[in-house]
Each structure stands twice: as C-alpha cells, then as structure tokens.
Design a protein around this ligand. Sequence first.
Ligand SMILES: *[C@@H]1O[C@H](CO)[C@@H](O)[C@H](O)[C@H]1NC(C)=O
Ligand SMILES: *[C@@H]1O[C@H](CO)[C@@H](O)[C@H](O)[C@H]1NC(C)=O
Length: 477
Amino acid sequence: MDLVSSLPEEVLCHILSFMSTKEAALTSVLSKRWLSLWTLVPNLDVDDSVFLHPEEGKREREGILYSFMDFVDRVLALQGDSPIKRFSLKCKTGIDPDRVNLWILNVLQRGVSDLELCLDFPRCGYSDNDDEDYELPKEMFESKTLVDLKLTSEFGVDWWRDKGTLLPMLKSLRIDSGELLLLSDELELFVYALPVVEELYLATMEWFDLDETVSSASLRKLTIYAKGFEGFGGDPKGFSFDTPSLVYLDYSDYVAADYPKVNLTSLAEARLNLLVKENQVELIRAAAPNGEDDVVIQRFRNVSKLMRGLINVEKLSLSADTLEVLSLSCDSMPVFNNLKSLNIKSHKERGWQAVPVLLRNCPHLETIVFEGLIHYVTDDCGDACGCISREDKGRCSLVSCPVKKIQIHGFEMTVPEMKVIRHFLVSLQCLKEMKIYAKENDPTNLPLPAMFELIEMAMKFYSQEFKCDVSFIRPGS
Ligand SMILES: *[C@@H]1O[C@H](CO)[C@@H](O)[C@H](O)[C@H]1NC(C)=O
Ligand SMILES: *[C@@H]1O[C@H](CO)[C@@H](O)[C@H](O)[C@H]1NC(C)=O
C-alpha cells in the first residue's frame, strides 16, 4: 500500500476533485478502492479535447467520438444520484447535442451549483422557430441550485425567453459569446429573473430594445460589451443604471441619447468605452462651442449624466472614443474627489480635448496610466499635451495636478511623444516617477538598439533635470 492510498477517504476525494475527469479516470485503473472513491467525487471536469486530442486528428474518427460520449455516460451512471457541486463541460461540434443535454439535466437534477459550459454548437440557447439550432435544456433556466453559471460559445447564445426563467440562487453569471441575445427582449426583465445576482459578465450583447435598464440591488460587478446597431438602423435611445451596490463597472456600447437614471453610489472602479461612429466624430468636431439647441450635439452632452454617476470612483479608465465624446461635455465635467488612478487610452484618430478638464477635476489624483500618447491634435487638447505651444503657460491644467506617478505604455519613440513627455515633466509639480514602456511587437517599426540607448540617455538626463525618476523599459523586458 503506497502513501497516497493510506490517506483517509475524504482527503482522497478532495484530491480527486481537483483533477480533470480524465486524470481521475486513470487513477481508477489502479485499484478498486480508487474506482469507488472516484464515483463520489463532487466535481466533474469533462473536456473533449483532452480525450480526443484534436492535434492528432482523432476527432475525425467517429469511433473515438462515440467512446468519449459513452465514457461520460458511464461516469454519470456510476455516480448515480449522489450530489454534485461542480460540472464543467467543454465540447466541440461532433458531440451529440441530445446527449450533452442529458448530461446537463443529470447534473441539474443532482443539485449542481457551479456549472461551466463551453459549447460550440451553431447556436446555444432556446429558439422555438428554428429546428436547426441547439437548445439548452430549459431546466437550466429554472434551476434552484445554480450559484455560478458560465456559458461560452464562439457562435452565439440565446437566453431563454419564457416567463418561467428564474434562477433564485444565482450569484454569478458569465456569458461569453460572439453574440448574445436576451430573448426576453429586455435587460431589465433578464436581471429581474436573477434576484440575488452579484456578478454579471455579458458579451457580446445584441440589443433588441434601444432603451435599456439594469436594475438590481444585489449586483456588485457588471461587465457589458455591446455590439452596435448597424443592423437595426437606430442608435441607443437610453441606458439606465439603477445599481446602488455596484462596485465595478466595465461598459462598452455606442453612446446613448440619454442616461435617464444613473445610481452608482457604491462604484469604486469604472471602465468606460463609449463607441462612436465615424460620422458622429465629424459631428462632434464640427460642433460650435455654444450649439445649445442642436439635437445631435445634445445627445453627446447627455453623457455628462453618466459621468456625474461616476463621481465616487477611485479608478477610472476611458477609451479613446470616450474622450472624443467627452470633448462636448467639458463644461459639465464633474469633480472626481475620490479618483486616485486614471487610465487613458489614446488613438491617433481620436482627440484629447477632454484631458485638460479631466485633470483639473481630479484633485486627488495619484497615478495616470496612458495606453499610447499619440492622439488627434486639435485646438484645445493644448495644455495637457503641449502639442501646440502656448503663450499663456499660467493656466496650464497640469500645474495644479497632484499626480505622483505616470506610466506610459505603447511608446513609439516619436518626436511628438517626446514633446508630450517633456511637457509633463516641466508642468507636473508633484511628479516623482515616470515609467515609459516601449511598444511591444511592432514589426513595422523595428528600432535599432542604438535608438534604445539614446532614449535611455535622454531619460537619465530628464531624471536629473526634473528631479523625477524617469525610466524607459525596452520591449520584452
Ligand atoms: C440610489 O439607490 C439607493 C438605494 O435604493 C437610494 O437610497 C439612493 O437614494 C439612490 N440615489 C440616487 C442618487 O438615486
Ligand atoms: C438629453 O436628456 C434630456 C433630459 O433627460 C432629454 O430630454 C433629451 O431628449 C436628451 N437628448 C436627446 C438628444 O435625446
């Protein structure tokens, strides 16, 4: 008898529950004792690629597919109706969807609380008009034991529509799919069916309705990536957040005309990516400074309601598109008293107009992370970047900015970037540390090692001149 086998049963079960089903199955050939133990394991992790070794072309062989499916059937049969905590199933096409659904039903009946499904059938969900589509068992949408549900599909997920949908124990739902349709039509109804949900990850949303609301008292983390509206011919009309317990928000969607209700009183971290179409960018740039009655411009100004909802955040990330949108709400930019860390993503076609006012309105900012410095130069991005030299240095937004640390990622070693860096060093009075990371994997622009040395030298020089620790980090280090 070896050392492992002499361990008590519950310890062995515990060990087994961390192995994938295949590894656990291998142990069962060792001895009868292992076999009987293994059938008591409360976690099953079934991944068809582990069995079918697609790299050896075995998936193509029908026989292997069938023996895989028989194996899963056998495992589940061996376990009988003993309770199961976690079931993870990763399947590619070729596996019989009807059998997959029997497996899912089996674990649902045994009270599974943690279910992870990675199914690449043409469409995952419930559809009553298309026989071709794969349908998830409707019992999954009514489970009284599910606490954690993860659903992944390359193609698409349709969330069931019937009134019966109710997952009273579900705390965490992650749907990661090429396209996600809520067949209830509305986000509000969908969230309503998850009365205790704390974490939601929804990608990539396709809205039916152009007016959406997330309303939940329990929700703490929310991620929404939406797909855009090209096919629908309309832009989002409204989006409301009635989520007073939300601590983390990651939101990516086309700009809505209005944000009627924004209750985000507990929010500590926000990542905002308000997408704009090219013609909208033209409109934003053409806007007269006081074009109050212009309806189109008004819709971009309504974003300030959303911004006001974010005033409690400590960490804020803004995409390049969001900055462009915010250029029209500079006058109504709220003060972010709690904000310590700001992340700004730049894009060469998107402006920095909003950056000066943002920096002025973050009186306790400690860190700024720039993902790229190169941006579209406009008349007013001016004092934050120094792209345009000004006479009136006195009102520079940076002078009063208390930031201590700056990180710059994706540095492309161009002259305009060097100018921005120098402008930061000259203007930011409290700056103690600046780390500049060279752009990684840039095949179009392979710099010479001598270039790196030159930049390192310049940074050493800057460190002395400005009494700030400026360092340059080469790619790959
Ligand atoms: C947000 O919701 C909470 C809880 O429902 C409520 O107490 C608070 O007044 C709301 N705040 C705003 C700004 O609506
Ligand atoms: C902006 O918000 C106001 C107030 O909620 C609303 O009446 C208006 O329609 C919104 N603007 C647009 C263009 O929809």
